[in-house]
Design a protein around this ligand. Structure first.
Ligand SMILES: *[C@@H]1O[C@H](CO)[C@@H](O)[C@H](O)[C@H]1NC(C)=O
Ligand SMILES: *[C@@H]1O[C@H](CO)[C@@H](O)[C@H](O)[C@H]1NC(C)=O
Length: 407
């Protein structure tokens, strides 16, 4: 019996994958699930039959495939065959702080000619870049939501490049202006996120595309898992990143024939921009309290909103400070001969996407709730209702008792 323990576990694993795949298919297409289900069940039975007859052959094929895959991964991620940065120009947005500033420094050190945009030319970030980087780095002050500033940056870049094209565009600039229930978020929060994350990035990308096509270059966009998965309390930010993802994904196949490669980077949670700026979030919270309609404030309760804000701030304080996974992904996307479509950068992100891809919606939702903000308070109106229900139940119980007594 003991001889069969290993094959049994392998068998169980294969079966689990197949059954999970079938479940996923069924859950994904509510309407025409029956043919898919039948096909998957057929495949399951077939695998089971094959299993008993040719176990050694299957094991051998599995091992050979695994080894081939491993060798393939090793050679494609090997730094030896990276392209050279010499003579290549890269334009990066949002370099005041966070990923942008770190990437600008790193790309400059690798030998790229870097054009870095900042919001504030006299700010700490811009001064640090000027101090620490080579003479091949140029800083522009650009608010990407202002089309004339983007056009000016394009003219200035062209003036520097002469007849050369642009090898890389790193779309990094982005904001998260609010955190809270979708119903409590202001229209200005939704528009603020869209304005920068979607329309701003769109405007920069469209403007620089002729230069990128000329060089058969790369577009690297920093997005967020919040654009793929419904994180609670991040509706405004997530929706803007979802729009951005769709735009970039569409570009990917349209630009393929031009030789421009397009990648998206999906970082886990990092301390960037204002994410861990206590003053900033207190200000945003005050602004929200002042502008949310009184009836909503009454129904949700200020204590509920305060808890959300506190939970978010404590989550932001625990975020990762070492940006290297994201910066490495940017470099890979710019210099690998075969850049990936997506780079998952940071601790836990692969697992998060695994849950999101293979589990039913109920488990995915619960996972995101547990992972992100563990709210304890209910909105005020629901607490009242719960209290009311409890007292109703008590009354019912009393009635039942009375009835019994009467019988
Ligand atoms: C934090 O936010 C406040 C208010 O928006 C801002 O004045 C301040 O410069 C920010 N601090 C940093 C370090 O960015
Ligand atoms: C908000 O929540 C924090 C932490 O739970 C608490 O210390 C603080 O007193 C609360 N503030 C208000 C105004 O309720």
């Amino acid at each position: 019996m003991e001889d069969y323990i290993l094959p049994f576990w392998i068998y169980l694993a294969v079966l689990t994958v197949i059954v999970a795949g079938a479940l996923k298919k069924v859950l994904a297409c509510h309407v025409s699930a029956t043919p898919t289900l039948v096909a998957w069940l057929g495949a399951t039975v077939l695998v089971e039959r094959l299993w008993t007859f040719c176990l050694p052959a299957i094991l051998l094929v599995t091992v050979v495939l695994a080894v081939a895959f491993y060798l393939c991964c090793r050679s494609s991620s090997s730094p030896a065959i990276m392209l050279s940065a010499q003579g290549k120009a890269v334009f990066i947005t949002g370099c005041d702080s966070g990923f942008g500033k770190a990437a600008a420094k790193c790309l400059d050190a690798l030998g790229f000619e870097v054009f870095a945009t900042v919001l504030d030319l006299s700010g700490e970030g811009a001064r640090e870049l000027q101090r620490t980087c080579s003479g091949h780095l140029t800083i522009f002050q650009v608010d990407i939501t202002q089309p004339q500033q983007v056009q000016q940056a394009l003219l200035d870049t062209k003036a520097k490049l002469g007849l050369r094209g642009l090898w890389g565009l790193v779309n990094n600039a982005g904001v998260c202006v609010n955190f809270g229930d979708a119903e409590l978020s202001l229209m200005s929060n939704y528009r603020g996120c869209m304005e920068v994350n979607f329309f701003g990035t769109l405007s920069v990308t469209k403007s620089f595309l002729p230069l990128l096509r000329q060089a058969k270059g790369r577009i690297v966009t920093i997005s967020s898992p919040a654009g793929d998965q419904p994180f609670p309390c991040l509706a405004a930010y997530g929706a803007s990143k979802a729009a951005l993802n769709l735009f970039i994904n569409t570009l990917r196949h349209e630009l393929d024939r031009w030789g421009v490669r397009v990648s998206i980077i999906l970082p886990s949670s990092y301390k960037t921009g204002q994410s861990s700026n206590h003053t900033y979030w207190e200000q945003q919270y005050k602004n929200l309290l002042q502008n949310v309609p009184p009836a909503l404030l009454e129904e949700y309760g200020e204590d509920y909103m305060n808890e959300t804000k506190e939970l978010f701030q404590s989550h932001a304080r625990q975020a990762t400070e070492d940006f290297s996974p994201v910066i490495n992904a940017i470099v890979q996307a710019l210099l690998s001969p075969q850049p990936q479509v997506r780079y998952y950068a940071g601790p836990g992100i692969g697992f998060m996407y695994f849950i999101n891809s293979y589990c039913p919606f109920s488990i995915r939702d619960r996972f995101l709730q547990k992972l992100f903000v563990k709210k304890e308070l209910l909105p005020r109106a629901l607490r009242k209702q719960a209290g009311f229900d409890i007292s109703l139940n008590n009354n019912n119980n009393n009635n039942n008792n009375e009835e019994k007594l009467m019988q």
